[in-house]
Design a protein around this ligand. Structure first.
Ligand code: NAD
Length: 306
């Protein structure tokens, strides 16, 4: 299958490499010239549990070089989704599908401004990756991927199942679900409860659990998000707060992606995570003071980057 990845940083490069290793014709598209040049010259270097392998891939800074593809995977940060979606729309032509496995809420809706929901695959992934430098990534964690068609219905679900099987054959263990909105929300709860708090305090994920005060802050942020989700008729799993704490425990030694963004003075995905909860709460006449405070503090931090 001919596949393009729009936003070939840590995750985009990883998924592109796994799909290429399984015999697909994969193109990476990114605006980061140094990285694109390094991939074209030396291949993509992947570090996994101390072992190194190199994957040959086509990479470009000009999406016009790629031509129409059957699947476009968007893996930019959520702040860039709109511009990536426009590129994906051009790459998809009249029949291609576009997939987003990004964190945060609003990515699928941004893509849907350009392409019909019947051609948008949405989901979450528990794989983890970090950029080590141009042309080099670390595959930090392996976990399940879940996808579903943004447009509900049996036909879309059948297609999502076919793509899940296709991804699984490439070693990306994937299942298809009918209610993908709930799955995206469930991942959002985790990001709401962990990311901003770790980013603001400099702690690692597991340290959220060390102190009752931090745990309660995380719980309050997640509970506000649950209220918003329920008001939007989203099915919320029981014990969601406990699940968030479980993830914090399982990833205890990791610094969250927002934490890493703040450490490197990069723009964060706050607007698509806690900021999204605040906007939705306002729209629905609910209150989300904890998420509002977390959002305001991250925005302040970002504004004063050197
Ligand atoms: P990243 O910063 O490593 O990669 C993003 C890439 O997008 C960069 O290389 C950047 O140059 C490129 N880019 C920016 N604007 C672009 C544009 N307009 N067109 C093309 N390329 C553009 O980010 P990441 O860690 O790979 O994360 C991507 C998404 O996946 C985020 O939503 C993140 O939350 C989510 N995610 C990350 C992980 C992880 O472990 N890193 C895990 C699950 C989900």
């Amino acid at each position: 299958m001919k596949i393009a990845v729009v936003g070939a940083g840590a995750m985009g490069s990883l998924f592109g490499a796994l799909l290429s290793e399984n015999g697909n014709d994969v193109w990476l598209y990114d605006i980061w010239k140094e990285h694109v040049n390094a991939v074209n010259e030396n291949g993509l270097i992947i570090e996994r549990k101390g072992k190194i392998r190199t994957v040959k891939l086509n990479a470009t800074v000009d999406s016009g070089n790629i031509g129409p593809v059957e699947l476009t995977i968007i893996f930019v940060k959520s702040t860039q989704t709109e511009s990536a979606a426009e590129t994906a729309y051009r790459l998809a032509g009249s029949g291609g599908l576009v997939m987003t496995l990004q964190n945060g809420m609003g990515n699928a809706d941004a893509v849907a401004k350009f392409i019909e929901a019947e051609r948008i695959l949405v989901g979450t992934t528990a794989h983890g990756a970090t950029m080590l430098g141009p042309g080099k990534i670390r595959h930090a964690g392996v976990g399940p991927t879940t996808i579903g068609m943004w447009a509900p219905g049996e036909k879309g679900h059948t297609r999502a199942r076919q793509f899940a099987e296709f991804f699984s054959r490439a070693g990306i263990e994937t299942k298809a679900v009918k209610d993908v909105r709930s799955v995206v929300w469930q991942k959002l709860f985790i990001n709401v409860g962990i990311n901003a708090i770790t980013a603001l305090t400099g702690i690692k994920n597991g340290q959220i659990l060390d102190l009752a005060t931090t745990r309660e802050l995380s719980r309050a942020a997640v509970e506000e998000a649950i209220d918003v989700a329920r008001a939007e008729s989203i099915k919320v799993e029981k014990e969601t707060v406990a699940q968030v704490f479980k993830v914090a425990e399982a990833t205890a030694l990791n610094r969250s992606s927002m934490g890493q963004d703040v450490d490197h003075q990069r723009q964060t995905e706050i607007s698509a995570i806690n900021g999204f909860i605040v906007r939705e709460a306002n729209r629905l006449g609910l209150k989300a003071p904890v998420n509002q405070t977390l959002t305001a503090l991250i925005e302040t931090l970002q504004y004063h980057y050197k």
